[in-house]
Design a protein around this ligand. Structure first.
Ligand code: SER
Length: 632
């Protein structure tokens, strides 16, 4: 069975079980401001999982095209891809565990032909603090299913991933893991879910490739170990909970099933190879790359380049088929990034003649019999990709000229800033500049480059993570109030912690503000309390919020104005200042708005409270804050 056969078999299987088949939704989510791409099959179905009636009934299935921009840097190993197809079936308050688990087991074993002795499964261990019980029902169903194939399936309580690495599998086949592994929601673990978000315990299926354990990933192997022996091929989520205002969970009015299985991963398991790029859908493109480059896919020094090009070209093909064009923002920015990376990795294979358009043809050919829109848009797809490659190659040539100028004025060490300009303006990755510098006997001030790069990266991360304009989900009155309160919080954090604190990202909805800032250590609770008080005092003082437009250079030189991501802004910038009538300045920050006009307007939403503080990434902390209603 090839990849297309497996997709067709799955859809036929679901149809036989009473599911209505739906077409794949677009990679560009409709009516969902919280995310740039459709990254799971359930995303377009959220309203129906919450109880709205779906015109096709209560049993739905499809193969959904998905894109996960956060995985771009992981592409290169044998399993990560940015684009993938997710086979999905849903029960909208219809069937539940005792139908879902047998169906998916039979599909994988009896239809796809996977050896059941190579399957391992996981279930939710339960959580007392959330008052959600252990999923013993799923474990018992699995035990019975393995028994039908003559397999004794011991149930083992693993706990966390760390426990698994320490204690190993202890001869189990069915494993309980905590919420970090066996709970699914769009926002991840229960504590990260915003109010009103839905989710539930899940039960995952893993395929055992039987490869030896690599102790780099932990002392012992277990299904959720990343060493490559096990690959997750399917996940049945039992969406029956919704998060309350107070952080507890309530049951939804209906019990749902949300199953998702990576089509490519199931296909890889079906031919018992852990390498997704060995699949039929990639093979012709990989062969073309071998021919163009004269290099072998099996050569360990080139395999990463082969995979990155194959993944990025395929991802670009599907983005363009869904109407996304290369640009400098949102989805277009990610498309551009994919294509630029593909160009640079082509160079690594010695293919410098602009062949991405030709490679895209192979991807189109691999899918055109199944997806009409890909076939119909073939010409557009190929020409957009070829043009973007041409453009980028021209920029690279210009960049080489700029590089020569830099060399002229450099004695020994290229400044971090110059390397950064080569990166942002001409698309030169650091490694390329470094290589060129080396040829001239020069070095680069890496630290300075990294400093500027980090700032830039945070910006693009927030751009790709969230489509929110200026970090805001909407411009409702409460979101705007949170926005102004967030400025005050940053001012408070800088007052308490020091002027090294700058914004590193923000994400504000009508429920809460999530704010990232540069700081090394954990912020103690008493400091958070003082920051909270600062914000609430300014709200109580009913200070004015004043807007002015000034020259960027003037603003940048003015130390009283707080700002990050300066390079993002145009020559004239907007500054928001919170000032009391007596002249006290509470906050002064570069920003695009919107804000309240007087801080007193915020008071009606309650007391500003910082509820969480944790690490976000190296040198960056993340806080969440809400308004706590004040009892009259
Ligand atoms: N939503 C779940 C996932 O993405 C299952 O479909 O894994």
């Amino acid at each position: 069975m090839n990849t297309h056969d497996i997709r067709a078999r799955y859809l036929a299987f679901c149809k036989k079980n009473g599911h209505a088949l739906m077409p794949s939704a677009s990679l560009r989510p409709e009516n969902d401001p919280t995310t740039l791409f459709t990254s799971s099959g359930m995303q377009p179905l959220v309203p129906y999982l919450m109880g709205q009636k779906h015109s096709l009934g209560t049993r739905l299935a499809n193969s959904q095209r998905c894109f996960r921009a956060e995985d771009i840097d992981d592409v290169g190993d044998n399993r990560h891809t940015t684009f993938f197809e997710m086979l999905g079936n849903w029960s909208l308050g219809d069937y539940f565990k005792k139908e879902q688990l047998p169906w998916i087991f039979h599909f994988l074993v009896d239809e796809v032909g996977l050896d059941p002795s190579r399957l391992y499964v996981t279930c939710f261990s339960g959580d007392d603090t959330m008052d959600i019980p252990r999923d013993e029902e799923s474990a018992a169903i699995w035990k019975g299913l393995f028994a039908t194939k003559g397999i004794d399936a011991p149930i083992v309580d693993i706990g966390t991933e760390e426990d698994g690495a320490r204690n190993g599998m202890r001869n189990g086949r069915i494993f309980y893991y905590t919420a970090a592994k066996n709970w699914w929601s769009r926002a991840g673990v229960p504590e990260d879910m915003p109010t009103g978000e839905i989710g539930g315990p899940d039960s995952e299926i893993f395929y055992d490739f039987g490869t030896p354990h690599d102790s780099k990933y932990g002392q012992q192997c277990h299904p959720n170990c990343d060493c490559g022996r096990f690959m997750e091929i399917g996940n049945s989520v039992f969406i029956e909970y919704i998060k309350n205002d107070d952080g507890t969970f309530a049951r939804l009015s209906q019990r749902n099933v949300d199953f998702g299985g990576g089509l490519e991963r199931i296909a890889a398991a079906s031919i018992d190879t852990p390498d997704i790029f060995a699949l039929d859908i990639f093979a012709p493109m990989i062969a073309a790359l071998e021919k163009e480059s004269g290099k072998k896919y099996t050569d360990a020094s080139y395999v990463e380049a082969f995979r990155v090009i194959a993944d990025h070209v395929r991802g670009s093909v599907f983005m363009i088929a869904d109407g996304i064009m290369p640009s400098n923002k949102e989805q277009g920015y990610i498309l551009r990034k994919l294509l630029r990376r593909a160009v640079l990795y082509s160079d690594r294979l010695g293919i410098t003649r602009g062949r991405l358009g030709m490679l895209a043809e192979y991807s189109v050919r691999a899918y055109e019999d199944v997806f009409d829109d890909v076939r119909k848009k073939r010409e557009d797809i190929v020409s957009v990709i070829s043009e973007e490659e041409k453009k980028f190659r021209r920029a690279l040539t210009k960049g080489l000229k700029e590089f020569e100028k830099i060399v002229q004025r450099t004695e020994k060490e290229i400044s971090g800033h110059d390397a950064f300009i080569l990166f942002t303006t001409y698309g030169f990755p650091y490694e390329l500049t470094e290589e060129l510098a080396k040829e001239r006997g020069l070095t680069i001030h890496r630290k300075d480059f990294e400093k500027e790069f980090k700032e830039h990266q945070k910006l693009s991360q927030s751009a790709s993570e969230q489509k929110f304009k200026g970090g805001l989900a909407d411009h409702s009155a409460i979101t705007t109030a949170f926005h102004t309160a967030t400025h005050l919080m940053l001012a408070g954090l800088r007052k308490e912690l020091g002027s090294h604190v700058h914004q590193a990202g923000s994400n504000i909805t009508a429920e809460r503000t999530r704010f990232d800032f540069t700081h090394q250590e954990k912020v103690p609770r008493d400091v958070l309390d003082r920051v909270e008080r600062y914000v609430n005092d300014v709200i109580a003082a009913d200070a004015k919020v004043i807007v002015e437009e000034i020259d960027k250079d003037v603003a940048r030189a003015d130390e009283s104005i707080e700002g990050s991501f300066w390079h993002k802004y145009p020559e004239r910038v907007t500054v928001y200042t919170v000032r009391s009538d007596d002249g006290t300045v509470w906050s002064r920050e570069l920003c695009g708005g919107p804000h309240v006009t007087h801080t007193g307007e915020i008071a009606r939403y309650g007391r500003f409270a910082i509820t969480k503080e944790k690490s976000s990434s190296a040198g960056v902390r993340r806080v969440k804050a809400v308004f706590v209603p004040v009892q009259e």
